[in-house]
Design a protein around this ligand. Structure first.
Ligand code: XIL
Length: 385
């Protein structure tokens, strides 16, 4: 049986050594991703599920949490603040699992991002909401359910510094807005109402529209649809502060390239220029680097993942409006990508900064280097990281 001290030491060894040995403990090393990002005004953190928090004391959970505690200045619940997790039915709220993550963040002086007040996509609605009988006045019943949810969740979590108010409402194939039971009942004003309600209920939080459009070929309609949505928000005076760029990058990589070419980069910069030109901030909300089509050799794979990650982060960090970088998990052991879009060779994927044994990978060093190379910017929250 390995004791906790040994596990923590193992995790500590996985993290880059401090520049100078000295009085600071490893968990406060100035070379943690948290500190490197914070030095430039960037909030860095990760998604975390409730599982390791609730399993505290078990060796595996403790090792992962040691990495999280050392590297992250912010957390976001991977699934626990979504409607299916919080809402068993139209009246009740179940906060236990998200509360556990929020308490863990507070105990480690981490900030919280909130994900998400409305994943406006029928696939991710709880069944009861999809099948709800909205009665004879459907618009007001839909608005009642929506606003009650947003108020209650925002008031329960006043510590959230940034909310993904709406997630993924633009259909990636068509660029059109998705339809759900709520939009059928109250029209697409569902989106504006969500932002207005969030502003009232969480007046100090950054309010974000979050989606997965990227520079990749095939994303043109998605980008155009998101741009129309943002322009509409601005012209109607909807209180939106930032665009969340999920940044699940690399998934479209082909056998001969994991990068993006000059034309794609130009289009992507134009998209970001238009977004920031509207006065919006940028947040990287779900960073990972998919290695589905990269060679089997882990050394080659890790090198290419790190190279793409570095190039992408450098480009994004060029924008002084980018104040947040969140990884979608810190270890290959638990990444959501293991369960989706399998590699043809069946090998485990390596899309996050730490491997399945919680050892730092080249992607982790690439992220550190990108933060070190970045210019300083106004932070999202000025309190210490
Ligand atoms: C994913 C989680 O990681 C999975 O565990 C879950 O099964 C599905 O959702 N975009 C988002 C995130 O906005 O909420 C998704 O998270 C990943 C894609």
């Amino acid at each position: 049986m390995i004791d906790r001290r040994t596990l923590l030491a193992t995790a500590a060894a996985a993290i880059a050594a401090p520049a100078t040995a000295g009085a600071t403990s490893w968990s406060q090393t100035p070379s943690s991703l948290r500190e490197l990002a914070a030095a430039k005004g960037v909030m860095f953190g990760s998604a975390l599920p409730a599982q390791p928090v609730m399993a505290q004391g078990s060796a595996e959970a403790e090792t992962y949490l040691a990495v999280i505690a050392a590297e992250c200045g912010a957390l976001v619940c991977e699934n626990e603040m979504k409607w299916p997790a919080l809402r068993p039915n139209v009246t009740d709220f179940t906060f236990e699992r998200s509360d556990a993550i929020v308490a863990y963040a507070a105990a480690h002086e981490m900030k919280m991002r909130g994900h998400t007040l409305l994943w406006h996509h029928p696939q991710w609605f709880p069944d009861w909401l999809t099948n709800h009988d909205f009665g004879s006045r459907p618009a007001s019943e839909a608005e009642r359910i929506l606003t009650a949810h947003i108020r209650r969740v925002c008031e329960h979590y006043p510590q959230v510094v940034s909310w993904d108010v709406i997630n993924e409402t633009v259909d990636a194939d068509t660029g059109e807005l998705r339809e759900t039971s709520l939009s059928r009942a109250m029209g697409q004003s569902v989106l504006d109402v969500a932002f207005h309600t969030a502003r009232e209920a969480a007046p100090h939080a950054q309010l974000v529209y979050n989606d997965y459009m990227s520079w990749e070929a095939g994303h043109e309609r998605h980008r155009a649809g998101v741009m129309r949505l943002l322009e509409g928000f601005k012209s109607r005076g909807v209180p939106i502060d930032a665009l969340g760029v999920q940044s699940h990058i690399g998934s479209g990589n082909s056998d001969d390239s994991v990068g993006f070419d000059t034309a794609q980069e130009t289009e992507w910069r134009r998209f970001l220029d238009e977004t920031t030109g509207m006065g919006l901030k940028l947040a990287i909300t779900e960073f990972d680097v998919h290695d589905k089509n990269l060679p089997a050799d882990p050394v080659v794979r890790d090198r290419e993942v790190a190279a793409l990650g570095r190039r992408y982060l450098d480009l994004m960090l060029e924008y002084p409006q980018l104040d947040t970088v969140m990884a979608w998990g810190m270890t290959d052991r638990y990444t959501w990508l293991q369960g989706r879009w399998p590699r043809q060779d069946g090998l485990a994927k390596r899309p996050t900064p730490y491997d399945t044994d919680f050892r730092a990978k080249p992607l982790r060093q690439a992220m550190a280097a990108a933060f070190e190379a970045a210019a300083s910017r106004p932070p999202l929250v000025s309190a210490p990281a």
